[in-house]
Design a protein around this ligand. Structure first.
Ligand code: ADP
Ligand code: MG
Length: 597
């Protein structure tokens, strides 16, 4: 007797639904993608209870004929591809023809649709995948799909749904990303009868970024561009000050499709190099246009991953385009913010609470820089400062750091033995002496490491230093870095090291303390497993350990020497960990703050 059965169509759809329709957000995703594919430029999304009880997506797209409407609910029914060669030329979201069938099989669905060539629309009701009625209806051109009681017949699935607010935030996350991929479409989103957002259509991606994240964020975005015949990359990357501790605001679109691509994200982060603080992740919106025959979108059931034929080329371009964009901008933080604009941009009244707290600001509050500014100017700006709001100078209003005449900073005084107050022709500059010197040192050490002929200072009397035993293997395994910098170290008896020469940039410093400190940092910090990363980390540690301390009194001459050095080096605006080294207050801003303007 045969025990193998062919599964029923209904069961097949439910299994497919298990793959494609995980939760309300996946339902919204499939419906909205169908609407975008239909050529709509106006899409309205209404949901209730985080989408668990009600989802309705309406569009003004091409609609369907009565005949197609009935077919659209069948599995493997699609208008988007017809033969194998189409599979290698996909420019639409959909092509598998299973979303509507899958959603219908696990919900109560009402599909209403009309094409312009027919006078009446078609309304189909369907429960658990079974078509109940097909009738004519009056409606405008376009399609509306209403889903009631998602997963009503698959209680196991229903059980796994999260709280309404969690499901809602998933929906918003998806809508944000689609809206960024398609600024040419207007999106209205209504939850529990309340308008959450209303994004007007625009041909300007930066406007869409501003509508979604607020003007402060869009102001801190830098355009990025690479143009080729079969490949084009454009979009925006966020300046380091708006980097975040998570990757939620990293968007990559390939031919209009949001995808996840860990290595591209990684390459972009790498291009920021030492400008990012700690483990901060950059913010970006990247739009990749590529000949569809050079990618494979059919590698993931939910189509969130794709494969590039020539991935290494894409990675190299993402890296170099990011680098070029960053280099073309001055990255010095601005200490001026218009409080009102800040408040209204940050908290559009329509955003649900969860989204606000995790949304745009996550990275800022714990940042030392935020605290530093708060101490200095907090009272004037009303307490809750936000790092991102300080932005960095945009191209129209740069601080003239590239212009020798304008830059020339002169030290005025030192505050709290920690900050240098300086002035130049543009206004006031506050310099964090440790961060600034750390950047100078990092630059010098890097130069020394890369130099053919090292600038070495032999010690007249060799120094002996003793280090904890467990740090000896750390030193020996990193000896090539120390030697590369110009240290001449020999292992002595027990836990002793004998030091014969040091890099000239560190002569006069307490070398024993520096080496001990660096070894301590290496043993407690995480160093990268690749050689280049490890060398950089060690240099970061050494720059930090040898830099002027926060709290050390400096003479005016010493301050001026540091400021002059800042003008000579690359990337003076952030320390190697990405914290700002200086803040400016232009005379113009001072005048505005004091109400003179
Ligand atoms: P796919 O999008 O993979 O083709 P779907 O099951 O999502 O599969 O949709 C099946 C078909 O129904 C689509 O190919 C399209 O022809 C039609 N369709 C679905 N939604 C819409 C819509 N909003 N407007 C016009 N046509 C639609
Ligand atoms: Mg589809």
């Amino acid at each position: 007797m045969s025990i193998i059965k062919i599964l029923s169509e209904h069961l097949i759809n439910q299994i497919a639904a298990g793959e494609v329709i995980e939760r309300p957000a996946s339902c919204v995703k499939e419906l909205v993608e169908n609407s975008v594919d239909s050529g709509a430029d106006e899409i309205i999304i209404e949901v209730k209870n985080g989408g668990k009880t009600f989802i309705k997506v309406s569009d003004n797209g091409c609609g369907m004929s009565k005949e197609d409407a009935a077919k659209s609910l069948l599995r493997h029914a699609t208008s988007k591809i017809s033969d194998e060669k189409d599979l290698w030329n996909i420019m639409t979201f959909g092509f598998r023809g299973e979303a509507l069938a899958s959603i219908a099989s696990v919900s109560e669905m009402i599909l209403k649709t009309k094409i312009s060539s027919e006078t009446a629309g078609t309304e189909i009701t369907c429960v658990g995948g079974e078509v109940k009625t097909i009738e004519a209806c009056g409606m405008r051109d376009g399609t509306t799909v209403e889903i009631n009681n998602l997963f009503f017949n698959t209680p196991a699935r229903q059980k796994y749904l999260k709280k309404d607010v969690t499901e809602l935030s998933q929906i918003i996350m998806f809508l944000n990303s689609t809206a960024l991929a398609h600024p040419e479409v207007s999106f209205k989103f209504i939850h529990n009868d309340r308008m959450q957002f209303d994004l007007p259509k625009t041909d300007n991606l930066l406007r869409r970024i501003s509508d979604i994240f607020g003007k402060a964020t869009s102001d801190a975005m830098i355009p990025i561009f690479y143009g080729g015949t079969d490949f084009k990359l454009e979009g925006f990357i966020g300046k380091p000050v708006i980097s975040r501790s998570d990757t939620r605001h990293q968007y990559i679109f390939v031919n209009g499709r949001p995808i996840q691509h860990r290595i591209i994200s990684f390459k972009i982060k790498e291009a920021f190099h030492s400008m990012l603080m700690g483990d901060k992740k950059p913010v970006f919106v990247l739009d990749i246009h590529i000949d569809p025959s050079l990618i494979d979108v059919n590698v993931h059931p939910r189509k969130i991953e794709i494969r590039f034929e020539d991935e290494s080329r894409i990675l190299a371009i993402a890296y170099s385009a990011t680098k070029a964009a960053l280099q073309s901008h001055n990255l010095i933080p601005k200490a001026f913010v218009e409080t009102q604009r800040y408040m209204s941009d940050r908290f559009p009244s329509s955003w649900p609470q969860g989204e606000i707290s995790r949304g745009i600001d996550g990275s800022a509050n714990s940042a030392g820089f935020g605290n530093m500014l708060r101490t200095g100017f907090g009272a004037d700006f009303g307490g809750d400062m936000h790092l991102g709001e300080y932005g960095v100078p945009d191209s129209q209003q740069n601080f003239g750091l590239n212009d020798a005449n304008k830059f020339a900073m002169k030290a005025v005084t030192q505050v709290s033995n920690s900050y240098i107050v300086a002035e130049n022709s543009e206004g006031l500059v506050l310099v964090d002496q440790h961060a600034a010197h750390e950047r100078v040192r990092y630059f010098e050490l890097l130069e020394q490491f890369n130099a053919q002929k090292k600038n070495i200072q032999p010690l007249l009397v060799p120094e002996t230093l003793s280090i904890p035993l467990d740090e000896i293997p750390i030193l020996t395994s990193n000896m090539e870095v120390f030697e590369g910098l110009g240290f001449e170290i020999e292992k002595g008896p027990g836990n002793e090291l004998i030091l014969y020469a040091v890099p000239a940039v560190l002569s006069g410093e307490d070398i024993v303390e520096i080496i001990n400190g660096v070894l301590d940092d290496i043993s407690h910090g995480s160093t990268s497993s690749n050689v280049k990363g490890r060398i950089e980390t060690i240099m970061h540690f050494m720059a930090c350990r040898s830099a002027i301390k926060f709290g050390k009194k400096l003479t005016i001459d010493e301050m001026n020497a540091l400021l002059m050095r800042m003008e000579e080096i690359e990337k003076p605006y952030t320390c190697p960990h990405g914290r700002p080294t200086m803040i400016k207050l232009t005379f113009n801003e001072l005048e505005m703050m004091f109400g003179r303007k």
